[in-house]
Design a binder for this molecule. Sequence first.
Ligand code: ATP
Ligand code: MG
Length: 298
Amino acid sequence: MSTRVIAFVNFKGGVGKTANVVNIGAALAKYHDRKVLIVDLDAQSNASLWLMHPEHWRAWTRDLSRTVYQIFNDHIVGTDLFRFSRAVVRGVPHKNNFPLIANLDLLPSAVKMISIENKIHQNRFALSYSFLYKTMKPYFEGYDYVFLDCPPNLYTITRNAIFAADYCVIPYIPDFLSLSGFEVLVDEVQDFYDRMSGRLTGRKRPQVAAFIINHFEKKKNVFELGVNELKLAIQQIKPSGKIHPQADILHPYIRFNVHVAESTSEHLPVILHNPQSIGAADYTDLAQNFKIHFEETL
Ligand SMILES: Nc1ncnc2c1ncn2[C@@H]1O[C@H](COP(=O)(O)OP(=O)(O)OP(=O)(O)O)[C@@H](O)[C@H]1O
Ligand SMILES: [Mg+2]
């Protein structure tokens, strides 16, 4: 199976980018035998801390060459210190040093990532959007899925993710992101590609290919309305070719579930933290449909 590199993008914070990356990644690796790499590109390091215990993560990231920071810093200062085999944490999460999901790997982030945007701006690199792709391309090939967990903005780090990606997924909370926001986001992905295309050699156009609804609450009318508006917006935008012709909202909508929230601080994907929970059921079903969408429909 060829690798699918997928960036989870939204300039809004707290819409479920990290929750989706961690929980869909875990379910694909555990139940579908897919080899999955999660790349944490956010200085907040939420994905890293969802899948690693804080002491483990702190010890690991003390050596910055074992984090995504090194990928960017190598390009900025002209060093060659990043080694994927040293940086990747295999079989996350771990319990007593034992890997719990053999097929799930993590490339952790570090708080120091916060300095990268500034450094790139100060240096005004012409090709700063291709740093991630250039360094990681050979390692992506060892995986069925690479999930890029982006920070909540559309600056350079996110643009690196979009540049490296085959597809973009937009996590969405219906009462959170206005539809004008949705259109701006799609336009940004598109404009960015168009601006870069002169310099692109052999890069396929990264396309918005799926939307995932999080924090869904059926009781709340505003959610139904929000989803319907999104459906309409997707229909309307398709003829423009700005998103993938098969782009769609994936099912099921992930319901708000306290066990998902709890699993963050347990440092476990919800399918391990509480396999009987609604959150685990939703993510198990979503991963199944995610696989069909990306492997059969697109
Ligand atoms: N379905 C859910 N039910 C309950 N809590 C959830 C659910 N999905 C996510 N959360 C919690 O909501 C918070 C925000 O989610 P998440 O971190 O995935 O958003 P994000 O888009 O990655 O945010 P950021 O932009 O800050 O990176 C987290 O604490 C997460 O544990
Ligand atoms: Mg996040």
